[in-house]
Design a protein around this ligand. Structure first.
Ligand SMILES: *[C@@H]1O[C@H](CO)[C@@H](O)[C@H](O)[C@H]1NC(C)=O
Ligand SMILES: *[C@@H]1O[C@H](CO)[C@@H](O)[C@H](O)[C@H]1NC(C)=O
Ligand SMILES: *[C@@H]1O[C@H](CO)[C@@H](O)[C@H](O)[C@H]1NC(C)=O
Length: 631
């Protein structure tokens, strides 16, 4: 096993000959040549271990120290330090602590919330997102972050799946609220971030915050007793079906919060967060990470490529968070003078493609790019701690001891892991793509999803290599090269990523089959050159004698789906292909893509400039490939 050699120093020369110096020098070179990642691995491993040790200490002492506890402590220690900067306004640690106290007091007074009750939060990026989150956490509530792009039925599904007592809605999302309000369960009490309301039976929060006391709520309300209890629900699509609420425990928040620190950020850093807070990247890694460091973060309502570097300069930003698309949008901006003139030294995120990674470094200077991999609900993560372009991280013997994982063979046709004749899964060879699975045990628990137990069970694989073992199925295919670097390959199952969001194919097809001329819809993602993720495509079977109404189709998808989930391509087929197990066949469709030169079925393209689906001609296809048409 390679890992051993890497972490064991080479043998020391047997005697103290005068050539010792030369020996040591050559040792250094041998080490560089043969084990180039030794120090990087060691440093990273030590960091992971010291952090793990600290948590273990807390556990032994019976102390439960959460990230929120850390925050409250910081608010005493450095009350005047900026915690959040939003649209030019500074919110100090004390400000945020006090406003979140006020919110806790309002709910304490007006609602009979018990410890462990769920509150759903539908809000864009703004300081009050954090105030409400912290305030409710101080009451010991579980906060569910809703994706504000999701609407109608899907949003109702999300709300009901976590069974909240209360729904808090941002002032700019009242339109979305209006759509679901009549169908919302009667026992959900709705609060809006406004001073007055025209909705019946909806409470207003802003006026009450102003009137509330800023004193902390009683300690016994918020003090956590178990690191493994649920504190947040974050919606992910898993690999199947509608969005599911992943259960996030204190433990996962603590782990997430250590991310920036593990990558080398410090309390002097200023972190720029442009990703939506309802995702774990921005909330756990970004906000949590900022607290762990005692640093400052600059929060942006919505990512803007044209304002990005200006903001970085204005606020002296030193650390940015990215997803692959964000880097590409920045690279696509017209070149300006002095683009390297900024203080950003670290970029932390995932999904940047190699070519974009190189271009980004060339254009914007020596920013250290730190890729990581980790599913919100997953129990494993990787970090590129050595700086290999394109890799999400590296593993070695010791890492695998602490975070046991494997890459197993996968059958693309059947869409399931391959089992050999004895019923066991098999590991792939180095250099081959395999499904990433990580062992579930007491040290690496999987907390599952809220509500339906079936979803949780679906994410687990049992009897993988031996009787009684249990693995978390990440749904991601990875490749491990001969130097043990890991590369993201593809995502399997019924979801794909587009514009940094997960799209659940069943959610899209459910919306399409509501149309009366559609018999069946099979939704999948297709690769488009120079784009991260997969663009949505729907293969349709029309009802007998019906014709495709493109106008209605367009109206249907833009009304009921978030923009990133609207299928960009349509394909009309005579009959649906099924797999041997009567699942819709996607593999071949994905492979065939959207090229009108090779596909004889009628193809259509969602032309955003025309606000319509149009026939996908060869010319149009060319323009999409060459990037003349922006997707
Ligand atoms: C940014 O840094 C410069 C120089 O260190 C300093 O003069 C300026 O006040 C800083 N700006 C902000 C917003 O902190
Ligand atoms: C990740 O890879 C990049 C690109 O080579 C490198 O610059 C960076 O240092 C790496 N990250 C870390 C944390 O070492
Ligand atoms: C379909 O169209 C054919 C010919 O136009 C007609 O004879 C038939 O009754 C129609 N079937 C249905 C189900 O409408």
């Amino acid at each position: 096993m390679r890992g051993w050699e890497e972490l064991y120093p080479l043998p020391v020369p047997p005697s103290w000959v005068p050539g010792a110096a030369v020996g040591i020098l050559s040792l250094h070179f041998i080490q560089k040549l043969l084990f180039p990642y030794f120090w990087a691995d060691l440093r990273y491993l030590l960091k992971v271990l010291t952090y793990g040790l600290r948590m273990e200490m807390y556990r032994l002492q019976g102390r439960v120290v959460t990230v929120l506890d850390e925050f409250v402590k910081l608010a005493e220690k450095q009350p005047h330090k900026a915690f959040l900067i939003y649209e030019g306004t500074v919110h100090t640690y004390r400000d945020v602590d006090r406003r979140s106290n006020r919110i806790a007091q309002v709910f304490l007074q007006h609602e009979a919330l018990k410890k462990g009750d769920t509150v759903a939060l539908l809000m864009g990026n703004e300081p009050d997102f954090i105030h409400v989150w912290f305030g409710l956490a101080k009451l010991g509530c579980v906060v569910a972050f809703l994706n504000f792009n999701v609407r109608f039925r899907s949003l109702l599904h999300c709300v009901s799946s976590c069974e909240p007592k209360i729904l808090v809605v941002g002032a700019d999302l009242l339109g979305t609220l209006e759509e679901i309000l009549p169908k919302l369960q009667k026992d959900v009490s709705v609060w809006i971030m406004a001073k007055d309301s025209t909705f019946p039976n909806v409470h207003t929060l802003l006026d009450k915050i102003e009137a509330a006391s800023e004193d902390p709520v009683p300690v016994n309300r918020c003090s956590a007793t178990n690191l493994k209890s649920a504190v947040l629900y974050i919606f992910t699509s898993g690999t199947t079906g509608l969005p599911k609420a992943a259960v996030i425990s204190h433990l996962q928040i603590l782990k997430g919060a250590a991310g920036l620190w593990a990558f080398g950020a410090t309390s002097d850093d200023i972190i720029y967060i442009t990703l939506p807070l309802y995702h774990s990247a921005a909330s756990l890694l970004g906000i949590g990470g900022c607290i762990h460091l005692g640093a400052t973060c600059v929060l942006k309502k919505k990512f803007s490529a044209s304002q990005f570097w200006g903001d970085c300069r204005r606020y002296n930003v030193t650390v940015i968070q990215y997803i692959g698309e964000l880097c590409r949008y920045l690279c696509n901006q017209p070149v300006k003078e002095g683009e390297k003139n900024h203080k950003v030294r670290l970029a932390i995120g995932n999904g940047v493609r190699n070519d974009v990674w190189r271009e980004f470094l060339e254009r914007f200077g020596a920013v250290k790019i730190c890729e990581f991999y980790g599913a919100t609900e997953g129990n494993i993560c990787f970090m590129n701690h050595t700086g290999k372009i394109g890799s999400v991280g590296r593993t070695n013997f010791f890492y695998k001891l602490f975070f046991p994982f494997d890459l197993i063979k996968y059958d693309f046709q059947k869409d399931e892991p391959i089992r050999n004749k004895h019923g066991w899964c098999e590991k792939v060879k180095k250099g081959e793509a395999g499904l990433l699975i990580s062992k579930v045990n007491a040290k690496n628990p999987f907390f599952g999803y809220a509500g339906n137990k079936r979803h949780t069970e679906k994410k687990l694989l049992c009897e993988v290599f031996k009787k009684g073992d249990l693995y978390f199925n990440t749904g991601d295919l990875m490749v491990q090269d001969h130097d043990n670097f890991l590369y993201f390959w593809d995502r399997i199952g019924d979801t794909f990523r587009w514009k940094g969001e997960n799209v659940a194919t069943t959610e899209v097809s459910d919306v399409i089959v509501m149309l009366d001329f559609i018999q069946e819809a099979n939704v999948y993602g297709v690769s488009v050159p120079d784009h991260e993720g997969k663009a949505g495509m729907a293969s349709l079977i029309l009802k007998h004698n019906a014709s495709l109404d493109l106008e209605q189709m367009y109206k249907q998808v833009v009304t009921y789906l978030p923009s990133y989930a609207c299928p960009l391509f349509l394909r009309v087929q005579e009959k649906m292909e099924m797999t041997g197990t009567f699942k819709q066949q996607k593999f071949r469709l994905v492979d065939e893509g959207f090229n009108p030169a090779t596909i004889t079925d009628p193809l259509y393209f969602l032309d955003n400039s025309k606000k319509a689906y149009v026939m996908l001609t060869k010319e149009l296809h060319e323009m999409i490939l060459s990037g003349k048409i922006k997707l």
